[in-house]
Design a protein around this ligand. Structure first.
Ligand SMILES: Cc1cc2nc3c(=O)[nH]c(=O)nc-3n(C[C@H](O)[C@H](O)[C@H](O)COP(=O)(O)OP(=O)(O)OC[C@H]3O[C@@H](n4cnc5c(N)ncnc54)[C@H](O)[C@@H]3O)c2cc1C
Length: 332
């Protein structure tokens, strides 16, 4: 069966902890693509989003917002979410479907690509639409190779890297349509067990200007205590290497890198992180990188703006103490 999807750009607005920040970036990319191709730009929300979410997407550039309504779609059941999105895409015949390059975005994009028989390009960081068609550039192997992709199918699915396109600005009162779409879920093979809310007061890695990150060099879960203390003193988010996450020292949501979050903070402090390519893929665009490591020759020390050779356990409390002293606060 050939699919009939061929026109229109769709932004899949996946909320992350109540924030649509990733969707705002997709709307900037989507608006520019739709304008160049002279196509409509739509967005879709899933589950039971607050009433103002659809209006927000219209005011940031969507011509039409679909709300796929069902309580079950609020849960991270990608089988169900993909089924709902496939139904919508088949009906509306979108030609370009944009997801964020998050774990959920990549997973849903892959499912849609298969179900819609649409081409897929992940981790896209540049879109070039011209008379010859659409070409995109994507990063592969942790940013080590750049691939240029042209699509041979009439429709395509893409995941776009975060922090590449600026968030679409809001134009209060901008006109656009909002349409609620009913969805009747069928049984899936996925069972939702539970979800854990982020700790109160925790700064989310995604939009943080300052990040203090820890790796295997911290030695244990307790090793993250001085990392958290420094992050608190600076008002920074806490990041981690995959080695620290895999060891169970810190939850996955803190992981930076190829299979974690891609971030672009003003300051990234890497404490006991060697700087393997998969980690660098998630943070090498940071404006200033400070590395604290006992091995002066490791890749992170080479990538750093400021490399401090020494033991994290000795250096971190000194740095935190100095910051607290300068701010006139009591050292914890
Ligand atoms: C497909 C794939 C995807 C991956 N995705 C990711 C990803 O998203 N993110 C990621 O981080 N990794 C990822 N990895 C894993 C990656 O290759 C590395 O294994 C990992 O980043 C290493 O973590 P680390 O730097 O904490 O540990 P290590 O490489 O073991 O480095 C520990 C560092 O701590 C230093 N150290 C030790 N003791 C001290 C001390 N007391 N004081 C100061 N320094 C000290 C050491 O000198 C060393 O440099 C991926 C790998 C694969 C194959």
């Amino acid at each position: 069966m050939t699919n009939k999807l061929d026109s229109g750009v769709l932004v899949v607005a996946l909320g992350s902890r109540g924030s649509l920040a990733a969707a705002h970036e997709l709307l900037t990319a989507g608006r520019s693509l739709a304008d160049t191709l002279k196509e409509r730009l739509s967005a879709v929300l899933l589950g039971r989003p607050p009433a103002e979410a659809a209006r927000d997407l219209v005011e940031r550039g969507a011509d039409k917002v679909f709300v796929l309504e069902h309580e079950a779609l609020s849960r991270p059941d990608e089988e169900l979410q993909a089924a709902a999105l496939v139904q919508l895409c088949q009906k509306e015949r979108f030609g370009k479907i944009l997801f964020p390059s998050s774990v959920a975005g990549r997973s849903l994009a892959a499912r849609l690509s298969v179900k819609l028989k649409a081409a897929i390009a992940t981790d896209v960081f540049a879109l070039d639409a011209g008379e010859a068609g659409l070409k995109v550039r994507r990063a592969g192997y942790g940013g080590n190779i750049i691939g240029e992709v042209e699509f041979a199918s009439p429709s395509c699915v893409m995941t776009l890297q975060g922090m590449v396109w600026p968030p679409a600005p809001k134009t209060p009162g901008r006109a656009g349509q909002v349409e609620a779409v009913a969805f009747a879920p069928s049984a899936t093979r996925t069972e939702f067990v539970s979800s854990q809310a982020q700790e109160a007061g925790e700064i989310d890695l995604g939009g943080a200007d300052l990040v203090v990150s820890g790796g295997r060099g911290l030695g244990s879960p307790e090793g993250f205590k001085p990392v958290r203390a420094l992050a608190k003193a600076l008002g920074a988010a806490v990041g981690a290497s995959r080695a620290a996450v895999d060891a169970g020292w810190i939850p996955y949501r803190h992981q930076v890198g190829l299979t974690g979050r891609t971030i672009r903070p003003k300051l990234y402090m890497a404490c006991g992180i060697s700087g393997q390519i998969q980690h660098l893929a998630g943070m090498s665009s940071a404006k200033t990188i400070v590395a604290i490591n006992s091995d002066p020759e490791c890749p992170m020390m080479k990538a750093a703006t400021l490399a401090v050779a020494g033991d994290v356990h000795e250096i971190l409390p000194l740095v935190t103490g100095e910051i607290m002293k300068r701010r006139g606060a009591a050292v914890a």
